[in-house]
Ligand binder design. Structure first.
Ligand SMILES: [Zn+2]
Length: 212
């Protein structure tokens, strides 16, 4: 009989084998307190949100919770400190050069994604609305960790929304689509972050700046 040693050191923080996602994650202590409208902690909501949303799309999601000081490769789930939103970011020393590695793709500046360095998730708990909203937000951020770009009209996408993606997880945090599943598989096969189509339009960009 084959026994699986769970203490064997993993190579990457997140792996995708077949349809199984294995993610080593550490939750910051600030996320260990109960959310405003329920008894669950932010950490528990994030954990459930990631698992439920990605399993609904056909993956099996195995999250292995480790300590934040654990030396094995893992993703940190941290409170967002500097932004009004939640986001996934690489450690500062990886900023900038991702831009050149990904042929000047503006989405790769702060998230210089690789299998070895998929980034850390920063969740904004001050902007907490409801349990369901928070869970889907965590699932969206996990999409970045899995190697997906955004689909919504973000400023760094020149306010261009990828066509046909309104109900996607990476657009409005709705649900993980089949296309997103395929993109995750491709990211892990090629080791390259997968971006949604983008159109650069300076006209739309300046219009967007005024609007936002
Ligand atoms: Zn995003």
């Amino acid at each position: 009989m084959e026994t699986k040693d769970v203490y064997v050191k993993n190579k990457y923080p997140v792996t995708v084998e077949g349809m199984t996602i294995t993610a080593y994650m550490a939750f910051h202590k600030d996320l260990q307190k109960p959310a405003a409208d329920c008894d669950d902690t932010y950490a528990k909501l994030a954990y459930d949100g990631i698992k439920e949303n990605w399993e609904e799309a056909g993956f099996k999601v195995d999250i292995r919770v480790v300590d934040i000081k654990d030396k094995r490769p893992h993703v940190n789930i941290l409170p967002a400190k500097v932004s009004q939103t939640s986001y996934v970011m690489s450690r500062w020393y990886r900023w900038g050069w991702g831009l050149f590695r990904c042929s000047l793709h503006p989405e790769s500046f702060m998230l210089n994604w690789s299998l070895k360095n998929p980034g850390n998730i920063h969740l904004n708990i001050r902007r907490y609305r409801t349990k369901g909203h928070f869970k889907r937000m965590a699932a969206h951020e996990f999409g970045h960790v899995l190697g997906l770009g955004d689909a919504y009209a973000a400023n760094y996408r020149f306010y261009y929304e990828a066509p046909g993606t309104k109900n996607y997880m990476m657009n409005r945090n709705v649900r993980v689509s089949e296309e997103e599943v395929q993109m995750v598989l491709k990211a892990h096969k090629t080791g390259k972050m997968q971006y949604f189509p983008m159109e650069v339009s300076l006209k739309r960009f300046f219009k967007g700046l005024v609007k936002h």
